[in-house]
Write a protein that binds this ligand. Sequence first.
Ligand code: NAD
Length: 513
Amino acid sequence: MTTQLPHAGESESVGALPILSHWIDGRPVDVALEQTGPVFNPATGEVIARVPRGGAVEVDAAVAAARAAFPAWRDMPLIARANIFFNYRALVYKHREDLARLITRDHGKTFPDALAETLRGLETVEFACGLPVNMAGMNTPNVSTNVDTHTLRQPLGVAAGITPFNFPCMVPMWIYPIAMMTGNTFIWKPSSHTPGATQLQAELWKEAGLPDGVFNVVYGGREAVNAILVHPGIDAIQFVGSTPVGKHVSETGRAHGKRVGAYTGAKNIMLVLPDADLELVADSAVASGFGSAGERCMAQTLVMTVGDVADRLRPMIVERMARLKVGPGMEKGSDMGPIYSAEHRASVIEWIEKGVAEGAELVVDGRPFRHPEHPNGFYLGVTLFDHVKPDMKIYNEEIFGPVLGMVRVHTFDEALDLINHHQYGNGTAIFTNDGGAARRFELEVDVPMIGVNVPIPVPAGYMSFGGTRGSAFADLQMRGEDSVRFFTKQKEVTVRWPQPGKHGPLSLVFPGN
Ligand code: NAD
């Protein structure tokens, strides 16, 4: 295994930094130093490695490898394919702490959080191990006299996955297991911000016995993505990331004849009714809003309170925020790590400034926080706004940082209407002890992932995951049965086995039943 990058501070000059490699046709592809960019450890602010900046040439090479590997992979017996997945599942589990350490090092989230992400990703690998069952088609005898039909489910060819920085293990594991287990070969374009766990996943596939060319990795940004979107050798793309990029991926990929599912940005609202258990609500709001520094697409970053709940809830949230420890993700006791990049930290600070300028009440200000031992780390404290209004930018736009906003409304109906008309629709939650209100919320809220007294309602890895409005550009959800359909095409075969003398006379009439 080669993914053992030095710890921050061990490398002294750019030339001495380890350079990660694309992974094409089952092996690393070396790149020149000038074709690389820096990888930061956000906990210290240091550059710890160099990551390749790939483009059309590397995408071409990956497509060639994936195309060449496709026929044998498609034709491999399902159980033989599944056995490789069982091997991979065991290896990921064995290396779960290695993966988590790499995630924490590159992303900044705490080690327990990185470990949890790895295990949640593994759920979809486990789902894929059982996919031979889902590949079954239908068989219908006697659709006409002595005529039967059956359905074949076949892979599309070469699929690509384009993924964000914030879940370097879990989100790609929502895509490639189903793409590959259904018989496609795969090209992964991961985020360049969090490459360590990517490299290890590629190496573990090799160790699991995956044939070369079935799983390929091309690093890079816009150039690599645009090469994927127009490449005639790629049949399908699943994208997870921000809304503007996802919209571009969806429009361009579809215009070039590909199946595309793009799952994008979010601004999730948790609704709190007056009868809710406020201890649970306060814990949930703080955990959901500040876990992983708010860099989760399912974080509930707006707490919408009905009636007089806000006055009782606010001090409970403030008291919990004061107890949070911000520090390096590997340090025991850290509740929240740094922001993943210096640029993103600056952007979150700008959002806090906008909120103040718009007239929201800044109750807790995270901007002054500095980590005493890591002054160059990308840390930010936790921020709370109250009296956030639906016409404010901080209500409408995704901040993707540790900033929680309280929105006060008078009635359940007013809240429901606001949630249903927000430009994003990814996840939502209701906090109440009133089963009737929760049932009405489930039925009437126009958001596909709903929590009832559950603040981060990410469905289990074998179920579907999706968004609406600005949170997805897709005909189907991702994962689960929807992804099996996404990554396969159906054929209907109509069959007659002639029995001598029994097939009737010649007729030019359209065949009927
Ligand atoms: P991003 O859109 O910046 O990047 C996503 C991918 O697109 C990366 O691989 C990146 O290299 C590539 N990319 C970036 N800019 C590009 C451009 N101009 N042209 C072509 N490709 C480009 O997203 P991010 O900052 O890595 O991740 C955070 C975003 O992802 C947030 O908006 C978050 O809500 C969203 N997200 C959504 C889900 C979901 O399931 N809906 C899950 C996780 C994250």
